[in-house]
Design a protein around this ligand. Structure first.
Ligand SMILES: Cc1ncc(COP(=O)(O)O)c(C=O)c1O
Length: 427
């Protein structure tokens, strides 16, 4: 698909966006176009026929790209059938067993059971619940600075990346560790100063922090935290909602650190949420449930197929290969800093939040989707099938956009500023 400069939003998109803005209770300045069903690989079109190269992968939840034949085949299987959602903890479907089987096969040894839920936040919520259930003396949980674990109240308590997400909400008690090599010692100090390890419900970490800035954990810190949690019997959760399911070139991001967690929370690329642990770690029957848990029949079938296709097409290798290539090409871009990441989960910083926001929009106007993260970071998370040619296309667009946006008097023009968080947006 040919990418060229366009004014956004297009006329068809504009009407729908205006309506959604008026009536959607959770407006958050989304990308200013409406998706069509057309697309192929890393490209898709909006309803105004504008093509895009997608280096955002639906926020890491579209790992095989658009209209992948394996996924389309799964969807065809369910055409003309209803219901599509079952009350899956009470009325079982075979897809539940199939997904569990496929998922457990790729999990670290000892993690042999999963509770399938509806979202990433729910996967985290249930991870902290199953840990607390075993620890009646829990007074607080532990997470990290700049962490993002979701927006339900329990998960939100652990989240620490943006104040707008937390204001006025009651929280479960949480203490924070720095996301650096001082964390193990700080955890030991907490244990000593705050009445012992039994008070701690769990320690949760993102091996590569997502929304907080694509910060890769220090491997000594990771080993140290695991050592302390193991010695003191504190459950250790790896939140892999964004970084898991192959995104970093290994099935689970924590595997890059040779550390085994007690619990993994997964979602996004898996298509459903999953709290994964050892069967013995889960509480007694009835303690956790959800109407649709294990009953999202198409989502589970697609999630299972995604795992199979990643294996069949050796996509972990492509993720490593193209991830390294992307890193190399990113290092060539002038006036950016802190190029970082693992696999196809990469980011860089520019000199200010304003420049970052302008850059995201300028890329978009030229047909490239990238996402912001942290204070002034841009993240690049293409589908696992991305090619070197597509990475070249993306880097060229970023380079040109960066030169343009870096001019002192640069300003976006047109109706796009009514809808997005560019530096000039008034919303
Ligand atoms: C690491 C991590 N945990 C939890 C969540 C929450 O997932 P969801 O938005 O599906 O509730 C996210 C979402 O971005 C995430 O990146």
């Amino acid at each position: 698909m040919k990418l060229d400069y366009r004014n956004l939003p297009g006329r068809n998109s504009m009407q729908i966006i205006e309506y959604i803005r008026k009536h959607n209770g959770a407006w958050s300045s989304p990308y200013p176009f409406v998706m069509s069903k057309e697309g192929s690989g890393c490209f898709f079109k909006d309803i105004d026929n504008n093509p895009y190269l997608d280096f955002g992968s639906q926020i890491a939840s579209n790992p095989l790209g658009y209209n992948h034949k394996d996924v389309i085949n799964v969807v065809k299987n369910y055409a003309g059938r209803s219901p599509i959602k079952y009350a899956g903890q009470d009325f079982m479907v075979k897809e539940h067993a199939d997904l569990l089987e496929e998922l457990i096969q790729i999990c670290p040894k000892g993690l042999d059971a999963a509770f399938i839920v509806n979202s990433g936040a729910e996967a985290v919520e249930n991870a902290i619940k199953i840990c607390m259930r075993r620890r009646p003396a829990t007074r607080y949980c532990v997470s990290f600075e700049s962490a993002f674990h979701g927006r339900t109240l329990g998960a939100l308590s652990l989240t620490n990346s943006k104040t707008v997400q937390k204001k006025n909400y009651l929280a479960i008690p949480v203490k924070r560790l720095p996301f650096d090599e001082n964390a193990p010692e700080k955890l030991l100090r907490l244990i000593n100063d705050e009445g012992g390890s039994d008070n701690i419900g769990s320690v949760i970490i993102e091996p590569v922090q997502g929304e907080g800035g694509y910060n890769v954990a220090d491997s000594k810190m990771m080993a140290g935290i695991r050592k302390v949690t193991k010695e003191h019997g504190i459950p250790f959760i790896s939140d892999e909602v964004q970084a898991g399911m192959g995104r970093t070139g290994k099935w689970w991001a924590i595997e890059n650190f040779n550390v085994r967690p007690d619990v993994i929370s997964a979602a996004k690329a898996l298509q459903v949420g999953a709290t994964i642990s050892n069967k013995k770690f889960f509480p007694e029957p009835g303690a956790i449930s959800s109407t649709w848990g294990g009953g999202q029949i198409i989502d589970m079938a697609i999630g299972m197929q995604i795992i199979r296709t990643i294996k069949k097409d050796k996509l972990l290798m492509n993720i490593q290969l193209q991830g390294n290539y992307m890193n190399k090409r990113m290092l060539e871009i002038e006036s950016i800093s802190n190029v970082r990441g693992l696999g196809l989960m990469r980011a860089f910083d520019v000199s200010s939040t304003r420049l970052r926001d302008n850059l995201v929009i300028e890329c978009l106007k030229n047909g490239l989707i990238v996402l912001g993260c942290g204070k002034s970071g841009i993240r690049m998370i293409p589908p696992y099938i991305v090619s070197s040619h597509e990475i070249d296309l993306a880097v060229d667009i970023i380079k040109k956009a960066l030169v343009k946006c870096s001019h002192k008097k640069f300003k976006h023009k047109g109706s796009i500023c009514r809808f997005v968080n560019c530096a000039e947006a008034s919303i």
